[in-house]
Design a protein around this ligand. Structure first.
Ligand code: NAD
Length: 344
């Protein structure tokens, strides 16, 4: 038995699937949510509304107190959607102690700062009254909560420049259903997690337009090429993009019925407005939230990202999906730099 004390901030589908898994593998797990009603419902019903088949073990405990969820824990897991990571960190900061390992599972780029989520945590928790010597890890990969909730075999990457912290997280999250790999290229891993949602939106749009497997394969392969191009320009390791957090996560997001980005894209391809699609999906669609940062990063690092740009034109500039795809296919290779039209 590993029996680590783990505090989980966020009781959404991912936070709860991991909370159950970690409880069942012998850890002492406490879950907090900003929504008090959610804590009441989960502790009474012992089932999450978006994971109806998953029984919440009796040993898994809940709290409405941020102080309690942070106090005395070996590991704190930030499992709120990316838009709430900074505000949650700001509220938790007074209760976080030196030496605690902070794990982020949210995927996104903060639009105002272009920070990844561990950079947001470093910025917010690193303020004067915060803990010293922050130990931050990003946990990311091809992982749908719905499948982890059923103990289906899953792989994930524990990424941090702090090797001891990455290995601790690897050991704690490893069990018979989850295999954890480590990677020191935290920024590359996080960039993949944020940007794949943009490409998955594009794949969903293509399916919604009635395009087939050829188009999906093209978007996935050329999509990871443009994410990798950006990553290398930002100083990340090219190999990260060929790994689980890179092509692995893009495949799972772009091909699965569980992906809300893929589903939102499908609805847009079928003719819904982006607003209608988000409403119909009923949850945060992080690929849409990531678009401004994707455009800004492409501009700042002078990297061509034609697929992300096309998705942006459809979602944020009102271009018709069919016209946008025609423009994407009609690009003249001679107008682009070598990187833009060479195969990977
Ligand atoms: N769902 C997955 O399969 C999965 C897998 C890997 C990574 N992720 C990432 O994990 C993060 C969370 O995803 P999710 O699917 O659990 O999302 P979700 O939509 O299920 O999360 C909703 C939860 O966010 C919390 N929340 C709502 N409003 C809040 C507020 N104002 N302040 C703080 N917390 C608030 C609540 O606990 C709520 O239940 C995302 O960044 C996602 O990309 C999800």
């Amino acid at each position: 038995m590993k029996e680590r004390k783990i505090g989980i901030l966020g009781a959404g589908t991912w936070g709860m699937a991991l909370a159950r898994m970690l409880t069942n593998s012998g850890n002492d797990v406490l879950v907090w949510s900003a929504i008090e009603q959610e804590i009441d419902n989960l502790s009474a019903a012992r089932v999450h509304p978006n994971l109806p088949g998953m029984v919440i073990p009796e040993a898994l405990r809940f709290t409405k107190s941020l102080e309690e969820v942070c106090s005395g824990k070996d590991i704190l897991l930030f499992a709120v959607p990316s838009v709430f990571v900074r505000s949650t960190a700001a509220k938790a900061r007074p209760y976080i102690r030196d030496g605690q390992v902070i794990v982020d599972v949210a995927k996104g780029i903060e639009p105002e700062t272009l920070f990844t989520m561990t950079e947001v945590l470093a910025d917010e928790l690193g303020k004067e009254d915060g803990p010293k010597g922050l130990r931050l890890v990003a946990l990311s990969g091809p992982t749908h909560a719905e499948e982890v909730a059923q103990d289906l075999p899953t792989t994930i990457v524990s990424a941090s420049p702090d090797q001891t912290a990455a290995e601790l997280v690897r050991d704690v999250f490893t069990n018979t259903c989850m295999r954890v790999y480590t990677n020191a290229d935290c920024k590359g891993v996080e960039l993949c997690g944020a940007m794949k949602n943009v490409i998955a939106l594009g794949v969903g749009i293509s399916t919604g337009l009635g395009y087939g497997d050829n188009t999906r394969a093209a978007l996935i392969t050329r999509g990871i090429a443009e994410i990798a191009r950006l990553g290398v320009a930002m100083g990340c390791n090219l190999q990260t993009f060929a790994g689980l957090a890179g092509i692995g996560d893009l495949i799972v997001t772009a091909t699965s019925r569980h992906s809300r980005n893929n589903r939102a894209g499908f609805l847009i391809g079928q003719g819904r407005t982006p607003e209608q699609a988000v409403k119909e999906v009923g949850m945060v669609v992080e690929g849409i939230n990531a678009l401004p940062a994707a455009m800004e990063l492409s501009e700042r690092y002078q990297v061509e990202m034609p697929i992300a740009k096309t998705v942006n034109a459809i979602v944020r500039e009102g271009m018709s999906p069919a016209d946008a795809v025609r423009a994407l296919m009609d690009r003249n290779p001679k107008d682009e730099t070598a990187a833009g039209y060479q195969d990977f």
